[in-house]
Design a protein around this ligand. Sequence first.
Ligand code: UDP
Length: 482
Amino acid sequence: MQSMKPHAVLLASPGMGHLIPVLELGKRLVSHHGFNVTIFVVTTDTSVSQSQLQNLSQTSNLIEVVLLPPVDISGQVDQTTSILSQIAMMMREALPSLRSAILAMKIPPIALIVDMFGTEAFAIADEFMMLKYVFITSNAWFLALTVYAPTLDKEVEDDLVYNQKPLLIPGCKPICFVDSFEPIRRPNNQVYKQDYLRMGTKISTADGILVNTFYELESQTLAALNDKIKLGMVANAPVYPIGPLVRPVDSGVRSEVLTWLDMQPKESIIYVSFGSGGTLSAKQSIELAWGLEKSQQRFIWVVRPPVENDSAATVLKTSNGCHDSPSYLPDGFLNRTSKNGLVVPIWAPQAEILSHPSIGGFLSHCGWNSSLESIVNGVPMIVWPLFAEQKMNATMLTEHIGVATRSKLLPSQDVIERSEIDAMVRMIMVDKAGEAIRARVKMLKSCAEKALSKDGSSYSSLAKVAKDCEINLQRQNAKTGA
Ligand code: UDP
């Protein structure tokens, strides 16, 4: 017997970039659509620090956040195992504890909502007669590629990989070879590719696909996904744009960075950050430092020790910790820029920083959460993609949406030079050439607000999902005579 309120279980895969939007979705289901929500979080002991998680879950006392027992995949991975495959393995390992947790609930929940990595849990949803949804924490263009990829025949794949032709997806903007998602670009890593294709196939078996985007941002792709003679044929489930769901500003957060920002002129600061785990090489870190210094713009830079040949080196290893004064920056950099710049080791309160009126630009690895956080605050971007689907995001933000600029670096070059960094920073912050970008992102900021407000496009999309859950709940209650 179900209670009168629909109860949804959400499953978040490891990594802050996945957990943050899942928590926000949970909060919206509770506060706007009358749900009870339980969020299960898959962790390894290093994937999410306890204090970060506590801070995040405290933001709503209406949601139960449960850490599943940590999973250990150390025996299954080696240096070549991609992050995507590692997350897929962790999710698989966590299935028995998820099943026990649902089994232990007095009343089975009405819906299971998993992120892209959690679709293997659909079997559990079937067992307990729950509706099953996927929440794509990236954008609709990436979803389009993911559901379309399993249908590619050998010829198209060869054209893409060996002849480097753009990939045409029905009704969507084509994807250039260099931008395409890594498992497709590097078919030699079969495990990686198979894990990705399996996710694409499974996503299409959901009762609905929720995406962290909004109609005004990706109208063409969303129309194609919901069109039965275009991508709807493979997506095979209704697609609901429900975003942008981003972590709200916590007005209780106080930090040295925010105090410093309070003293700076309006829109004068460029914020530089590569997400929860992105890293640069030593050479690139030095060029970036010189580029920022040359631009003479004020900045906040979240720094991490350099890592060679692996821009995702610290993904899944998020820490709160500080490290000593960053010795890898050019000699005297910190002294010379001490009036104009602030260097923050490892982690900064990004949501609070981006919403501060002194911020005028964001140099970002363009993870999707960071991209949305920039848009909702009307902050123009310099996109600097590192891994995962970030190259697609960069192209979308620059060419389709027009809220960013990026380096003209050729794939054969590996370091963006200081002169180009200097030019990009000035372009986005002050030059006349950046005016259209600055105006466009402010316009999209208000579209985002409208989409989420009552009866806006994203609000209505989630209301449809909620309605389906309620109907199902009533049906089940009728069956059991509740
Ligand atoms: N974040 C933060 N402080 C940092 C770095 C990241 O608060 O120093 C947050 C950021 O606001 C965003 C998330 O972590 O919500 C990063 O997600 P994104 O999708 O941008 O990138 P990922 O970390 O998954 O590569």
